[in-house]
Design a protein around this ligand. Structure first.
Ligand code: HEC
Ligand code: HEC
Length: 497
């Protein structure tokens, strides 16, 4: 039985996306919006009313009775919206299976079921997530204890420790299996991330590498500014660690699923009855079972290895030289050796050089972001999350895509170059964050890595990148150069006086 039905209509009738979200919401409402969230809302509402003074005259007993009544109403409401408290399950990647079925002309039903079985043996279910033993290395990638805390149903124990963190905080957008298809997803722009591609945008490692644990944790602390991805800075550190584990867990699980489906479509001999995985073979044909399992394990290990290696792929950034101020920042430790009164000029010149580089042919930023950084360059690209399921199809043609849309895919949207004049940077707006984005590019999007000297003789130098950073930081605030001038004069006077 398919639980997800897409309400998206190729004709694009009004409200189609809303319908989609409602359909998803109903299908997943137990897992996505736990009943206690509705209860929590009612409790909050009650306290809110109470704090406004209206029921403050009530006796405590009356209050408690009213409170209980609210809970009952809440539960009835929850039932009324169709929550039948089914155990949530990891749904198969039906969108990809459908695309492969069409683009490779192979039946994918058996393969999809087999892959689902294999994944359950290795990774368990949303209520009881598992971490395969063959991934236990010297440096454990994630901990089973934290995995258990992040997974499962929402609850807390006597010590006040929280469980079911992913379901409580993330599922409404990212979906039970991290597919980015939670009940609210269709309404959000950008869409929530699908972790199953194993690609992440904001990290301290280059394109093609996984983010480090710390990158993910920082992302949770900060949120993705300018998108619906909120900051979780109010959670306990151990909760953030557990959620970090769970993102890695879902990502590895989802990437394995994609690999196995792709392999099945491209390599398996369906007519000869070949199977990705057959649990019954454990009894009937142990040799075949062992062979299938070994292959699946080695694929899993490959993906997990990339995660383990992330730490060693972090690229350290050297700060700008002392005589080059970046943004509003001057290295005052170097102030002894530099002449601070020259800093405003140095900054202005750097911004001017940055603008030239931005508009020039090597960096070619203007090609996408427009000559003044307003985001009005090239407009018709798609990100890799969309390309993955539209491969072989025209993403602009809803008719051709309708089989995948029916499986729950979200209507493709162009990925637009950012309007850099707004001063909103999703991956952080410190000079070092911007430096990283410019030099590494943004994985999964058209924003490319920058050719750099000495690897590329035509490339830019680190100082030239700092010039571009200065240009970007100045773009959102035309008065910044003036402000910086006076800031700096202030500090140089303080120093000289
Ligand atoms: C209200 C919706 C919403 C909620 C709730 C939410 N996210 Fe997100 N999340 C998003 C969106 C939207 C993006 C994509 C941002 C982008 O593409 O720039 C995202 C992106 C991400 C990314 C990818 C970042 C990268 O570098 O590519 C991770 C990891 C992530 N979220 C984890 C979480 C976790 C863990 C939770 C729960 C603790 C959570 N999110 C809750 C909407 C949400
Ligand atoms: C081929 C197109 C393309 C080129 C060339 C390009 N960008 Fe981008 N850039 C994008 C897209 C698309 C995004 C939005 C990515 C997203 O939404 O996830 C982006 C995002 C950004 C961001 C936002 C980062 C953040 O944290 O939010 C910055 C800053 C940026 N680009 C700077 C530059 C600079 C500087 C250059 C030149 C060195 C450049 N871009 C070249 C397409 C491009």
């Amino acid at each position: 039985m398919r639980r997800r039905s897409s309400g998206f209509s190729p004709q694009g009738q009004g409200g189609a996306e809303v319908k989609h979200a409602v359909a998803l919401g109903q299908a997943d409402s137990c897992s996505a919006i736990p009943r206690n969230q509705i209860e929590m809302f009612l409790v909050w509402k009650f306290r809110h009313l109470a704090s406004r003074g209206l029921p403050a005259r009530w006796q405590t007993a009356t209050r408690a009775a009213a409170f209980r009544a609210l809970i009952v109403v809440g539960s009835l409401l929850t039932m009324a919206v169709g929550c039948n408290r089914q155990q949530p399950s990891f749904e198969p990647n039906r969108v990809l299976a459908k695309r492969l079925e069409l683009s490779e002309s192979v039946p994918m039903e058996q393969a999809t079921a087999d892959v689902g079985q294999a994944l359950e043996v290795l990774f368990g279910t949303p209520d009881t997530p598992k971490w395969p033993e063959f991934l236990d290395g010297e440096q454990p990638l994630i901990s089973r204890e934290r995995l258990a805390r992040a997974g499962g149903a929402v609850s807390s124990d006597e010590e006040g420790r929280h469980f079911g963190l992913f379901r409580e905080h993330c599922v409404s957008c990212h979906g039970t299996n991290g597919d980015g298809l939670g009940p609210t997803a269709a309404l959000l722009n950008p869409y929530p991330r699908d972790f199953r591609l194993g690609k992440f945008k904001f990290k301290s490692t280059p394109i093609g590498s996984k983010p480090t644990r710390d990158d993910l944790k920082q992302l949770l602390l900060r949120g993705v500014v300018g998108t619906s991805m909120p900051s979780f800075s109010l959670l306990e550190d151990e909760d953030l660690e557990a959620l970090t584990d769970y993102v890695i867990y879902l990502s590895i699980r989802g990437e394995l699923e994609r690999r196995l489906l792709n392999e099945a479509a491209l390599e398996l001999d369906f007519d000869g009855g070949e199977r990705v995985f057959d649990e019954a073979a454990k009894e009937s044909d142990p040799e075949l079972y062992a062979e299938q399992m070994l292959h699946i394990q080695s694929q899993t290990q490959r993906i997990a290895k990339q995660w383990s290696e992330a730490e060693s792929q972090v690229v350290a950034i050297e700060g700008p030289p002392a005589e080059l101020p970046v943004g509003r920042w001057v290295d005052l430790r170097a102030a002894e050796s530099i002449n601070l009164s020259q800093m405003p000029d140095a900054l202005e010149q750097s911004i001017a050089r940055g603008k030239q580089l931005f508009q020039g042919n090597v960096a070619s930023c203007a090609f996408c972001h427009g000559p003044e950084g307003a985001g009005d360059g090239q407009q018709n690209n798609y990100d890799e999350w969309t390309r993955d399921w539209t491969l072989g199809f025209d993403p602009r043609d809803p008719e051709a895509l309708s089989p995948m849309l029916e499986e729950g895919a979200l209507k493709p949207r162009n990925i637009l170059p950012r309007n850099l004049r707004l001063g909103v940077f999703r991956g952080g707006s410190s000079p070092a964050d911007l430096y990283r984005r410019i030099v590494f590019g943004i994985e999964g999007t058209p924003m490319p890595a920058l050719p750099m000297k000495p690897d590329n003789p035509q490339g830019l130098t680190a100082n030239q990148v700092w010039d571009i950073v200065n240009y970007l930081l100045n773009l959102s605030d035309d008065s910044l150069s003036t402000a910086t001038t006076s800031d700096l004069e202030g500090s140089s006077q303080a120093k000289n006086g």
